[in-house]
Design a protein around this ligand. Structure first.
Ligand code: SF4
Length: 338
């Protein structure tokens, strides 16, 4: 049975911060002192995928720098609405075909992914789910019961991955109910969060959430998403420390992004910084070929050469796996050195 969801919940500090997020291109240009010549194109691109930038992430950008690596991750650009090369699709990794239930994606042995919400604290322009039909395909409270029934019937599933959107956009109360429901299924042992919020809105890591994680029988894993060392300021470091103190195992996944992190110095610094925060570099993904994001892509041979150089600079335990997701394959494809 699905536990009752509290309808009235006090607004948390992170929700108040989120309510101050920038949600339009004009304000973004104005707040960062950007040349407005590119504003009309930005407004057009933002019609297809809205702008969303939380204040603490904005504060880490350099004012007046149109090439700031954090800005480029959230800035709508003309290239998004230009004709895309062949192979760019609205569903680049085959999520639709791998969904036995609305909001549930089952691709890999022993684990499933729940699309808990379509909401995010930030809109990353390269997001592979930028066209995902969240309205029909999220594990909403109404759709959760069939998902739980499906999980009960599949005793080979040991791990549930909460994804989205961003699962930490759910309130602590909603997460508490969801975790309780999953704990009730004996064969589930691990709970994994895929979230960008510890990086873009670290205030989301509340004491209530940490206390709930700490007392869960499920082993909790947090996979954060950082692409550039400038994202990892002291507030992110504090959030990581708190999550580790609550017993979570921390990993990071990054996307290799043209013009943002495709330099060996940047990746070397990123992985050293992550390791110093107690976060294990996990995956460096090649871009999923989603329609509207072709300008971020790097060809496979160049990515492999870059990866080889980064690996030569770092101890093995500090390097992620270079990977590409191929629609329909039973695991991510790990790419070798170039
Ligand atoms: S936070 Fe994750 S799901 Fe949300 S837009 Fe960014 S990459 Fe996509």
């Amino acid at each position: 049975m699905i536990p009752r969801i509290l309808s009235v919940e006090k607004t948390a500090a992170w929700q108040r911060l989120l309510s101050q997020a920038i949600t339009d291109a004009e304000t973004l240009f104005h707040r960062l002192g950007l040349d407005t010549a590119k504003l009309p194109a930005a407004l057009q691109a933002a019609r297809a995928f809205r702008v969303m930038v939380p204040p603490s992430y904005l504060a880490r950008m350099a004012r007046g720098n149109p090439n700031d690596p954090l800005l480029l991750q959230v800035l709508p650009q003309a290239a998004e609405v230009a004709a895309q090369p062949p192979g760019y699709r609205r569903d680049p990794v085959g999520d639709d075909a791998a969904s036995p239930q609305p909001g549930l994606i089952h691709k890999y042995h022993g684990r499933v992914l729940l699309i808990t919400t379509g909401a995010c604290a930030i809109h990353c322009r390269y997001c592979f789910r930028r066209h995902y039909p969240y309205a029909e395909a999220s594990a909403s409270p109404q759709q959760l019961q069939p998902t739980l029934d499906w999980l009960r019937q599949h005793d080979d599933i040991e791990e549930v991955i909460l994804s989205g959107g961003d699962p930490l956009m759910l309130t602590d109360s909603r997460l508490d109910h969801l975790i309780t429901a999953l704990e009730d299924i004996a064969h589930i042992r691990r709970l994994r969060f895929h979230s960008r919020m510890p990086v873009v809105l670290p205030e989301r890591i509340t004491t209530t959430l940490l206390a709930r994680i700490r007392r869960s029988r499920l082993k909790s894993i947090m996979v954060i998403h950082a692409n550039h060392p400038a994202e990892l300021d002291h507030s992110v470091a504090n959030a990581c420390q708190q999550m580790r103190d609550a017993g979570m195992t921390l990993f990071n996944q990054s996307v290799l992004l043209n013009g943002i992190n495709n330099q060996p110095d940047v990746l070397e610094k990123l992985y050293k910084r992550l390791f110093s925060l107690g976060v294990q570099p996990y995956y460096l993904h090649l871009l999923d070929k989603v329609h509207g994001a072709a300008h971020f892509d790097i060809d496979e041979a160049s990515a492999q050469r870059l990866y080889t150089e980064v690996c030569a600079r770092l101890p093995g335990y500090m390097t992620p796996r270079l990977s590409r997701e191929i629609s329909g394959e039973g695991s991510k494809r790990i790419l070798g050195f170039g």
